[in-house]
Design a protein around this ligand. Structure first.
Ligand code: AMP
Ligand code: MG
Length: 346
């Protein structure tokens, strides 16, 4: 039975306390609320209530072995839900919390297996978005939240996309306007001998290495041909996918432009490219993902552009490939998954 979804606007610079309280009450009684964070919109439920986590999986159509991230609003609450916080984890917390970074720890018993997809570890994040922080506090302090999209669709960076996917499936949607980062958090596993990045994000490997020394990266992340299983269960599924067929063309930029022009000739298609190349594709349908000088801009627009292609019923997307340095690693990771690993090297 579809439910009535209440949509409210909350300005992060002038938070409506009554609305936040109402949202928190929904979570405390086992309901679901979609809310803005600095990375993407999240679909929140009470992380310590197994029934809430089951509802999250049902609302998204998400496989139940794909664990949720638990969001907190103050450091001390971490110790309520995890067994051990290593010195390395403390260094990462000092440097990047609150912020767009998730760490994996051994879980305490009070975190239900429904929230961790059956694992004895738990992913924890302390976001910096003011509305998210106020909402988590009002909800009792522990909000399980995956991205607020139907499983397999691009993560939402605007409330209208949350409504498109989740209207009638959640109790409330908090519209917090535009999302600053636009890609999901970096995930770092702190349970092994060395910290390991399981999902690249805004906090890059380079940034983590400044704090920790050497950091490993799950080898399956960028390698399309890897036969190993990704360590983050969620990275196993086809994610972030637009409805269109999508192909990435990779290589020297002149050759990439020439190849895309050739492939797109006399075809209905949309080209994704950096601002600097828009004029090269005269006569073709083009989406500007942002300047090659500012990868943050590209990260922030990627999911919106993929959703726009869906809205326009695009059948074929031809995308340039981008640098994989810094946040570019996260952009390329999402782009490659969106394309279902279809890459042409030129
Ligand atoms: P999403 O919330 O949609 O950003 O997805 C959360 C991501 O965190 C998924 O890729 C999960 O597989 C990953 N994740 C959550 N908990 C764990 C965990 N305990 N161990 C490894 N990966 C996790
Ligand atoms: Mg997601």
């Amino acid at each position: 039975m579809p439910m009535i979804t209440k949509t409210v606007k909350i300005d992060e610079n002038n938070i409506d306390e009554a609305l936040i309280k109402e949202a928190g009450e929904i979570i405390k009684r086992g309901g679901l609320v979609a809310f803005p964070t600095e990375t993407v919109y999240g679909l929140g439920g009470d992380a310590l209530n197994p029934e809430s986590s089951k509802k999250i999986y049902a609302a998204k159509g998400r496989p139940s072995d794909n664990p949720l991230i638990v969001h907190i609003y103050r450091i001390e609450d971490l110790y309520e839900i995890v067994e051990e916080v290593s010195d390395n984890a403390k260094k990462v917390m000092d440097a990047f919390w609150p912020g767009p970074l998730t760490m994996i720890f051994k879980k305490k018993d009070k975190v239900p297996f429904e929230t961790t997809g059956g694992l004895d570890t738990v992913a924890v994040r302390f976001p910096i978005h003011p509305t998210a922080m106020a909402f988590i506090e009002a909800s009792g302090g522990f909000v399980a939240a995956p991205s607020a999209n139907i499983s397999g669709r691009p993560s939402p960076t605007l409330a209208k996309y949350v409504c498109e996917d989740l209207d009638g499936r959640v109790d409330m949607i908090i519209d917090g306007g535009n999302i600053p980062i636009g890609l999901e958090s970096t995930i770092v596993d702190m349970t092994g001998e060395k910290p390991m990045i399981l999902r690249p994000g805004f906090v890059s490997r380079e940034m983590l290495e400044e704090v920790l020394g050497e950091v490993c990266v799950d080898p399956t992340i960028l390698d399309a041909n890897s036969t190993e299983r990704p360590k983050a269960p969620g990275m196993r599924y086809r994610h972030y996918a637009p409805k269109a067929d999508m192909i990435i063309v990779r290589g020297d930029s002149d050759r990439v432009v020439a190849k895309i022009k050739e492939m797109g000739q006399n075809k209905e298609c949309t080209v994704l490219c950096v601002s600097e190349h828009v004029n090269e594709f005269a006569g073709m349908k083009v989406k500007d993902v942002g300047s090659e000088k500012d990868y943050n801009e590209i990260a922030a627009s990627l999911y919106r552009v993929l959703r726009e292609c869906d809205d326009e019923n695009t059948a074929l997307i031809l995308s340039e490939s981008f640098s994989d340095k810094g946040i570019g690693a996260a952009v390329m990771n999402r782009l490659i998954k969106a394309a279902g690993h279809k890459i042409i090297d030129v």
